[in-house]
Design a protein around this ligand. Structure first.
Ligand SMILES: [Zn+2]
Length: 150
């Protein structure tokens, strides 16, 4: 097996960039690891139906949403906002290092796709109509996130 490349990922607990192995899995491995819905969104760039899922909220009021595919820290609960779109929305990631942004011209629309930097799973899209202070709206599929409380 080829060695996975080392990448820098921000760890929200330590507050530091850590050198970690990129997560590289075969299609068969992803199928086993993810639910069918997660697989379709995260590996086939699908989109869950708006308002079809309830995004977990931390009881303590503090938490980090991590990639459901590899556990990378993605968004703090503190940067979540109600966009009214039917998908969890955030105005900032925990670190730009943890996301990979890619131009997407699917469906004849020019958008920016958001991927997990560590396992390259599709998470959603980012738009320029978010709230202050960043003006960004990261529109993310609920099934691509898992909440880590505390
Ligand atoms: Zn990931």
């Amino acid at each position: 097996m080829a060695e996975a490349p080392k990448i820098e990922i921000y760890d929200a607990r330590t507050g530091k960039l850590e050198k970690v192995d990129a997560v590289v899995r075969s299609d068969a491995e992803w199928k086993k690891l993810l639910t069918l819905e997660q697989y379709q969104v995260m590996r086939k760039k699908g989109t869950e139906r708006a308002f079809s899922k309830v995004c977990a909220v931390p009881k303590s009021g503090k938490g980090i949403y991590q990639c459901a595919g590899c556990g990378t820290d993605l968004f703090a609960y503190g940067s979540k906002f109600e966009s009214g779109t039917g998908w969890p929305s955030f105005w900032d990631p925990v670190s730009p290092s943890n996301l990979k942004l890619k131009k997407d011209f699917g469906f004849g629309i020019s958008r920016v796709e958001v991927l997990c930097a560590r396992c390259e799973s599709h998470l959603g899209h980012v738009f320029n109509d978010g709230p202050a202070p960043t003006g960004q709206r990261y529109c993310i599929n609920t099934v691509a996130l898992k909440l880590s409380e505390g």
